[in-house]
Design a protein. Structure first.
Length: 563
């Protein structure tokens, strides 16, 4: 029988900070790249001191307890410190993706009634200028771009550390996490200290963590997965967090951190694999790994080159992991697990177990998480004490998301086998009907399409068409290559072979008539994808639906869309 989960005050983030301040004051907590290959180390003692000074300033503003304070910026050490300062001052943090456009930023700041906004690392400040209301004070974190704002360093110099150990109520609101807006305006998911702490406890019953663990933070901290795994777990267990500086330094950042725990989306795991194969062709690598002594040395060298030679827990999420990729990493000695969750349940729902022989599922529920399938439409539903309170100021949306008996409607379709393993088969609202009257679930097809090394994003459409078709947005590198006619033909042939390979795995009514190679980037700024790079189907339909029939009429397996 599973033991009950009790969450105590000592499990809350601030109480954990106070503990590590006392017990590990001189140990490094956060390692932040600052450019030129240099890093800044922040100890637990220094982290506590900085948090206390900024919390003192926030408290002195005289805002009512529970006021909302936003954080916008790429991941950095001071992003986490700002979040803790907001909590220590008795307020509620509102994380915002740095890639949100000005309209979305303005909406969230207004909807949440944010009193202030911390600004971190950003590539572009144009959205700040159009989205930040004039009355909202801005506080610039150390790596923020040059803007008119109160400097974090000035707050350090001008304020004394807040004394004592302020503690929030367990059921007080901790944060409002706005969804990325796949199907409309972002919704504010309300979580308490209890829901988040319970989620950490349940998840880490399955996955052990301690003070010796190292993490690398690079996926958005505004997203629930990074918030739980990196921020909440490192605070709970006292591990060390390294940050990535930029995309082109990621491998060096990873090698510096040598994380013991590493989470990524399947696309990056596939890119790692392609990178290895670009240096050593797959047949040769497989042959070498089959030789006992040499194979061990090769595996060790590959993992060390990736910066993952110390990784004891590797995970993937957000999309299914291809079976051959899972098996490839297992041969390397890295047993990837798959995780499933969403903002509304703190990211804590299901995961596979290391060494699980069943590939293709997202595993079994975490401790004391329940799941079921709606018999009417096949929707996955779940419940646990980690569920959100609801959507901020959105009672109707909350009632739609949570059943009368307290189960979260995930919006995903799936099946549960006799052993309790959950398999996701698509999104309830994404399924469409062809002109032949056959229903098609696009998500599993897209999970196969995205595996081509030159495809950055994709979507499968086909409502009222005889057969589906795939839109594949090419990487910048592939688009640059395609400018040369010979290279475009090579890429066309490669996509044609990929289409044939994917179609061979599908039922006849699911097979795509053609792929449309899209050379215009889909970005959060132009509204084609969310800040977490999920494709917005409505936007795709608006932009491309008028071209579908013309593409199909070309009777080619691959057509090009350069506009």
């Amino acid at each position: 029988m599973t033991a009950p989960i009790t969450v105590s005050a000592g499990d809350l983030p601030l109480q954990c900070l106070y503990r590590w301040e006392r017990e590990r004051a001189g140990q490094v907590y956060l390692t932040q790249p600052v450019g030129g290959g240099q890093v800044q180390d922040i100890t637990w003692g220094e982290a506590g001191d900085q948090v206390r000074r900024v919390a003192n300033w926030l408290a002195s503003q005289g805002w009512p307890a529970g006021s909302r304070v936003a954080i916008i910026g790429k991941n950095s050490a001071h992003w986490i410190l700002a979040d803790l300062a907001i909590q220590m001052a008795g307020h509620v943090s509102v994380p915002i993706y740095p890639t949100f456009n000005g309209e979305a930023l303005a909406y969230i700041l207004e909807h949440s009634e944010a009193r202030a906004c911390f600004i971190g690392k950003m590539d572009d400040t144009a959205n700040l200028q159009t989205g930040a209301p004039s009355g909202v004070p801005l506080i610039a974190l150390p790596l923020a771009p040059p803007i008119q704002a109160i400097a974090w360093t000035d707050l350090q110099a001008q304020n004394k550390p807040m004394a004592g150990e302020p503690a929030p109520q367990m059921d007080a609101i901790s944060t409002i996490i706005y969804t990325s807006g796949t199907t409309g305006k972002p919704k504010g998911v309300v979580h308490t200290y209890r829901t988040m702490a319970w989620g950490v406890t349940s998840a880490t019953r399955r996955v052990r963590m301690d003070v010796h663990d190292r993490y690398i933070s690079y996926l958005p901290l505004a997203h629930v997965a990074e918030r739980m795994l990196i921020e909440q777990a490192s605070l709970r267990y006292g591990g060390r967090v390294f940050f990535a500086e930029a995309l082109d330094t990621f491998v060096q950042d990873l090698q510096r951190a040598r994380p013991t725990i590493f989470f990524s989306v399947p696309r990056l795991w596939v890119k790692f694999q392609h990178g290895v194969h670009s240096k050593m062709p797959a047949p040769k690598l497989n042959r070498l790994m089959g030789i006992p002594l040499i194979g061990r040395l090769v595996r060790r060298k590959i993992l060390k080159g990736l910066g993952l030679d110390q990784c004891r827990l590797a995970a993937g999420g957000a999309a299914p992991m291809p079976t051959d990729v899972l098996q490839w990493y297992r041969k390397l000695g890295l047993d990837l697990i798959e995780v499933y969750g969403m903002t509304e349940n703190c990211g804590v729902s299901h995961s596979t177990l290391p060494g699980s022989p069943l590939i293709g599922s997202v595993g079994v529920p975490y401790d004391l998480v329940e799941s079921r399938i709606d018999p009417e439409n096949g929707e996955i539903q779940m419940r646990s004490p980690a569920l959100m309170l609801g959507y901020y100021k959105e009672d109707a949306a909350t009632a739609e998301a949570i059943t009368a008996d307290g189960w979260l409607r995930t919006g995903d379709k799936g099946t549960i086998d006799g052993q309790g393993y959950l398999r996701i088969t698509g999104r309830v609202k994404d399924i469409f009907k062809s002109s032949k009257g056959k229903y098609v679930a696009p998500a599993p097809i897209e999970d196969l399409l995205i595996m081509h090394p030159d495809v950055e994003a994709c979507t499968v459409v086909g409502a009222n068409l005889t057969q589906p078709l795939g839109l594949v947005m090419l990487s910048q590198e592939a688009v640059a290559r395609s400018a040369a006619p010979d290279e475009r033909q090579i890429l066309t042939d490669s996509l044609k072979a990929h289409l044939a390979s994917v179609n061979a795995q599908l039922e006849p009514h699911e097979r795509m008539d053609c792929l449309a190679a899209i050379t215009t980037a889909w970005t959060p700024e132009n509204g084609f994808v969310t800040p977490t790079l999920k494709v917005k189907r409505m936007r795709i339909e608006e932009a491309y639906a008028s071209h579908y029939q013309a593409w199909l009429d070309q009777r080619k397996p691959v057509v090009w869309s350069d506009h």
